[in-house]
Design a protein around this ligand. Structure first.
Ligand code: SAM
Length: 262
């Protein structure tokens, strides 16, 4: 997803997207999805685990609490600092390293390779998917979560496409949250592929509050919004989209969980 200027390197793009927002506030919202992912991958104390685009450490720390030997990789320095602070709080020993998910600075051999709302948000999710597979030991497990194409985030990006210089291209990262696309495009990378769905929730007072809050805490929402040709019209459309997923002061964000053996 190239939401910034095309001449930016991937590291600069990630800094521009994610260093301006207090993402650690939102990380709590997706913490249950990290537990879902670690559980689906059946992580045990015997496993070496790689958490790609680890952010503030949700998946890495959840896996470490099962006794696994964990490495977390992210390209954003702020995220890595938050991740280290989170790990230090419970004395979890995790190797957090700076690195690009589209060119992982690791050899193969991990028992489990995971990415939570991470690799599909890089500028090149095809290569990032191949990198997840490359990093895994033969017979190992690769699993990830991605925001569902037919959930609120996919719908919000559909609306964004009408106002963004990149048009329909902005929606592509959410194809990774569509089981049919993943099956058709990537089945040959895996011995087997399984799908599950889940949802996470934000609490608030109205669909408008939800739009405001996500603009505050997500670089993947704020940056493309600022690049939109008509922000007022897009804002109104996003409130309409949010209304479809808001009831009883709870906002529901759906995701796809993909699990494969390599
Ligand atoms: C939505 S956050 C998800 C973070 C975390 N996995 C979680 O579930 O909370 C996306 C993360 O992807 C990271 N990221 C984006 N592009 C990346 C890349 N090319 N290489 C490594 N990390 C990247 C961002 O820095 C950010 O931490």
């Amino acid at each position: 997803m190239s939401d910034a200027e095309p001449e930016l390197t991937e590291a600069q793009r990630v800094e521009a997207l994610w260093s301006r927002v207090p993402y650690h506030q939102y990380a709590r919202v997706v913490a249950p999805a990290a537990a879902h992912l670690v559980d689906a991958a059946d992580v045990t104390a015997d496993d070496s685990v790689l958490d790609v685009a680890c952010g503030t450490g949700n998946v890495a720390i959840t896996a470490a609490r099962r006794g696994a030997d964990v490495t977390g990789i992210d390209l954003n320095g702020d995220m890595l600092e938050w991740a280290q602070e989170n790990a230090d709080l419970i004395d979890a020993e995790i190797a957090f390293e700076r690195g690009d998910a589209t060119d992982l600075p690791v050899g193969g051999g991990y028992d489990v390779v995971l990415s939570s709302f991470g690799h599909h948000l890089t500028s090149d999710p095809v290569t990032a998917t191949e990198e997840l597979v490359r990093a895994a030991d033969p017979g190992g497990t690769v699993a990830y979560t991605a925001y569902a194409l037919d959930g609120v985030v996919g719908d919000a990006y559909d609306a964004l496409a009408d106002y963004h210089p990149r048009g329909d291209d902005v929606v592509k990262p959410f194809y990774w949250g569509d089981a049919e696309f993943v099956e058709n495009r990537f089945a040959d990378l895996f011995e087997d592929l399984e799908f599950d769905r889940g949802e996470v929730h934000m609490h608030g007072l109205s669909p408008t509050h939800m739009v405001e809050h996500t603009l505050d805490i997500s670089g993947a929402i704020r940056t493309p919004f600022e690049q939109a040709t008509d922000q007022d019209a897009l804002y109104d459309e996003w409130v309409d989209v949010a209304s479809d997923y808001f009831a009883d002061n709870v906002y529901t964000i759906e995701y796809l969980l993909v699990r494969g053996t390599v």
